[in-house]
Design a protein around this ligand. Sequence first.
Ligand SMILES: Nc1ncnc2c1ncn2[C@@H]1O[C@H](COP(=O)(O)OP(=O)(O)O)[C@@H](O)[C@H]1O
Ligand SMILES: [Mg+2]
Length: 251
Amino acid sequence: MTDAGDALRTADLSRTFSGFKAVSGVTLEIPFGGVRTIIGPNGAGKTTLFNLLSGLLPPSAGRIFYGDRDITSLQPHRRARLGIARSFQITNIFGRLSVYENVRLAAQAVYDGKAGFFFPSRSMRGVAAKTESILGDIGLGAAADAPAETLSHGDQRRLEIGLVLATDPRVLLLDEPLAGMSPTETQATVDLIGRIGDGRTIVLVEHDIDVVMRISTTITVMQTGQILAVGTPQQIRENEAVQRAYLGGLA
Ligand SMILES: Nc1ncnc2c1ncn2[C@@H]1O[C@H](COP(=O)(O)OP(=O)(O)O)[C@@H](O)[C@H]1O
Ligand SMILES: [Mg+2]
C-alpha cells in the first residue's frame, strides 16, 4: 500500500434493515492522511456506515475498496490486518489489569502474530518500547500502574484508542470518541487525535461541531442514509444545503 491514491473508497454502498435504508447509495473517497469527519443528525446512518467500513455488517449492495483491493466481503479481523481498525467502546479493556498491562497485551498480540517465536527477547523489547510509546501518546504514562477500571470515563476511552493503536492501524475509525467527556477530557482527546494523525488516516463520527470544524481535514455530511455534502470545514460551513439541514446551527 502506497500513500498515493485512496485509502478507503465506497461505490454505491447501501445497507437495508427490514426494508429501511439506513445507508443508501453512498459513494465516497477517503484519501490517505488527515482527519475525515462524518457528521449528520441522529439516525443519518453514520454508525451503520462505520459498521460497513469495518466489516461488522455486510452491505446490502455496493462495494468497498482499500487501495486497489476490493474488501467488501472481508471479515473485520482481515481488514484489521490490512490496517483498517476500529475502536470498540471500552469493551476491549480488562478492568482488573493495569493500564500498562492492557496496552502491553494488545501490542504483544500483534508481535505474536507478526514476529512468531524466533526472536523472543527482541520482540519482548519491541513490545515494551511500543507499550511505552503508546502510553505516552494517549497521555496515560502516569497512570500506567492503575487498574484500568479505576480510570475516569475519558481516560478509559483514550486507553481504548491506545489498544487500537497497538495494532498499527493505517486507517483508524473512531465513532464519537468524545461522547460523554468533560471539557478537559475532550481537549485531551482532541490533542491525542492530533498526535496520532501523522502517517495515518483518521475517520471520525463526531457531534461536537466546534471540535469538528477545528480538527477535520475534510467533512462528509450525511442525511437519511445519503451524502448531503463533502468539503473542507470552511466549505461545509458555507454550504446552503448543510445550513438548511442544521437550521443554521453551523453559523
Ligand atoms: N441493526 C439495526 N437494525 C435495525 N435498524 C437499524 C439497525 N442499525 C441502525 N438502524 C437504523 O438505521 C438508521 C441509522 O442508524 P445509525 O447508523 O445508527 O445512525 P447514526 O449513527 O447516524 O445516528 C436509524 O434509523 C436506525 O434506527
Ligand atoms: Mg451513531
